[in-house]
Design a protein around this ligand. Structure first.
Ligand code: SF4
Length: 157
């Protein structure tokens, strides 16, 4: 079940007014954030609330608390909502940070919700041919600035 700020709904993610959420879109220099914890979350059949169906961070239980109390006051959901690109130790130095679909849930399952998501690193690499900051870090080639495109040498006539 997916729940939004306006109540519990099934079969998809909706805003309070019932408007379907748009897909992920680029948002300038900040990492694109999915709807998880911002306008929707996941509730398991046992009442456990998570930021997303693939983000196994327990954030409350609707059998013990009202959903709106969890939605508004859960420390875990508020932590997820507070993430900004500048807080991401690896991704903030990545040339893909403005266009990447980094999934905080997959990153969480890899060890840290502030870390990179290897699946998204691979998508960015296959889309552009440019290795991500995470790939460079793993290869021991981390650097602090954006990648510079190598220019073809001038031909002499
Ligand atoms: S490509 Fe990888 S390292 Fe770069 S922003 Fe996306 S998840 Fe982070």
């Amino acid at each position: 079940m997916v729940a939004g700020a306006g109540g519990v709904v099934g079969g998809g993610a909706f805003r309070a007014g019932g408007e379907a959420l748009p897909g992920r879109r680029a948002s300038g220099k900040y990492c694109r954030l999915p709807s998880l914890g911002h306008s929707a979350c996941y509730i398991s059949p046992y009442g456990d609330v998570y930021p997303c169906v693939q983000f196994p961070l327990p954030s409350g239980n609707v059998r013990k608390q009202k959903f709106l109390e969890i939605w508004r006051n859960s420390a875990e959901l508020n932590e997820v909502r507070s993430i900004r690109a500048r807080d991401l130790p690896t991704c903030s130095h990545c040339s893909h940070v403005g266009t990447c679909t980094r999934c905080p849930g997959l990153a969480y399952m890899e060890g840290s919700m502030l870390g990179p998501s290897s699946a998204d690193c691979e998508k960015s690499f296959h889309r552009t041919g440019i290795p991500s900051a995470n790939m460079l870090r793993k290869a021991g080639m981390a650097h602090s600035g954006p990648l510079i495109q190598i220019q073809a040498p001038f031909s002499s006539n």
